[in-house]
Write a protein that binds this ligand. Structure first.
Ligand SMILES: [Mn+2]
Length: 426
């Protein structure tokens, strides 16, 4: 399934005049505030977010899974789906593979296909939270933290394999998320579990190519419900420091206890030059993996304010690996991802509108009211015409969701792949 630029262009024609009116109105208002609209649109066009290979099929819960039909069942089909997303939004120019779910059988063919679709290979993700077929050792009681040397060795070896696979595709980072922990008090010795994890991560880090990054993700609970070895940003930061300068923390929005101040975490990690990656989603209660911006758009905006500040003021922090890490059991996965991409761009655009100079002055003068006014003035601006313009300029759709529907893409995919294709993953 490939959509041509002409089809996308035609699908946007109806609303072009409304867009132009809205854009001119916004652009005039922003220019009066000395905003460089052209430069802002360029920044939006440059901002690319990786799509995880496991988000293209219908998500599920432990209570069931409802297919959306026409799901991609091979790596090629997954790339095609990312290609559709990228063609419509011009924001999804990368894919993040999960090993062993997405091991290529023909590296050259996969690379060529990704090139054609203008898709890069972002971070590769290892999986030591499930037992693989024919594996000698089990991860039931942990992987990199396990009390058994043999289990730890197997988990380290898997991560080294993932690096090798990623290297052949042009990936430059490995993301490690561990499910390791304990479900009952007394089950684990906390110190032993953490020390084992540190030793194992150091073994992986030792084999990391020079131009690679090791991204260490944290999460407070689930699947273990009493303790998790890498439970919070502090533990991740500590392990990244123990490994070395190519190791960083990775923030997943859903991996915090309710009401955590994630923007402050982002800010501290960037000041220390240790924020390496970011996973977008939204949540109400826990790691809900909901569509980005669907529950707490203001929190997302505040996080982007810190990201933008860090990008502009923290040269010690590297470029970040951006990825959506969401799941969706009742939406068409592609429509859901389009909504997430839109929400990310919207929050980014609004954060770029904050007058950082004025904000700094208001902070220095302890003008608390003005500080809030400056943030909320940016947040209340309807930036959608800027996003539309960025997409149109790059050959994307004015409204990706509307084009996706008018081009009848899901039905086309069902026709091509059949109804009962199942995507690999959880
Ligand atoms: Mn994640």
């Amino acid at each position: 399934m490939r959509i041509s630029k002409d089809h996308i262009h035609d699908s946007s024609m109806n609303e072009l005049s409304v867009h132009k009116e809205n854009f001119d109105f916004l652009s005039n208002n922003l220019s009066k505030k000395n905003v460089d609209v052209k430069a802002l649109i360029k920044k939006l066009s440059d901002f690319q977010v990786a799509i995880p290979s496991w988000a293209l099929g219908a998500g599920g819960t432990r209570f069931g899974r409802f297919s959306f039909y026409g799901e991609p069942s091979s790596l090629e089909q997954k790339l095609e789906d990312v290609g559709v997303l990228h063609a419509l939004t011009q924001t999804a120019g990368a894919v993040s593979l999960h090993i062993p779910w997405d091991v290529p059988s023909d590296y050259k063919a996969i690379k060529n296909m990704a090139d054609e679709l203008d898709i890069k290979f972002d971070a590769v993700n290892s999986n030591t939270f499930q037992d693989q077929k024919n594996a000698k050792e089990s991860y039931k009681y942990g992987s990199l933290s396990n009390t058994s040397v043999a289990v730890r060795e197997q988990a380290v070896a898997h991560n080294l394999d993932v690096i090798k696979i990623g290297n052949q595709l042009g990936s430059k980072s490995l993301t490690v998320w561990l499910a390791d922990g304990s479900s009952f008090p007394g089950q684990n010795n906390f110190q032993t579990a953490l020390s084992n994890t540190e030793d194992s991560l150091k073994k992986i880090y030792k084999q990391l190519p020079d131009d690679w990054k090791l991204l260490i993700e944290y999460k407070p609970y689930e699947p273990n419900f009493y303790s998790t070895v890498i439970q919070d940003w502090g533990t991740s930061f500590m392990l990244a420091n123990a490994c070395g300068e190519k190791a960083y923390s990775l923030v997943d929005l859903g991996h915090h206890l309710p009401n955590s101040n994630i923007e402050q975490i982002v800010s501290v990690l960037m000041l220390k030059g240790k924020l390496g990656g970011f996973h977008f989603n939204d949540s109400k209660y826990g790691d809900d993996d909901l569509t980005v911006g669907s529950i707490k758009p203001y929190a997302l905006f505040l996080i982007f304010n810190e990201l933008v500040y860090g990008i502009q003021n923290n040269p010690q922090n590297p470029d970040l690996a951006w990825m959506i890490d969401a799941s969706h059991n009742i939406k068409d996965p592609l429509e859901d991802l389009i909504q997430s991409l839109e929400a990310i761009q919207e929050a980014y655009a609004k954060a770029l509108l904050i007058d950082q100079y004025e904000l700094r002055n208001a902070q220095l003068n302890n003008d608390v009211v003005k500080c809030q006014e400056l943030l909320q003035d940016a947040f209340r601006t309807d930036v959608r015409p800027l996003l539309e313009s960025a997409r149109l300029q790059s050959g994307g759709a004015l409204s990706p969701i509307k084009s996706y529907r008018s081009l009848d893409i899901r039905n086309e995919l069902i026709k091509e792949r059949g109804k009962h294709n199942i995507a690999s993953g959880l």
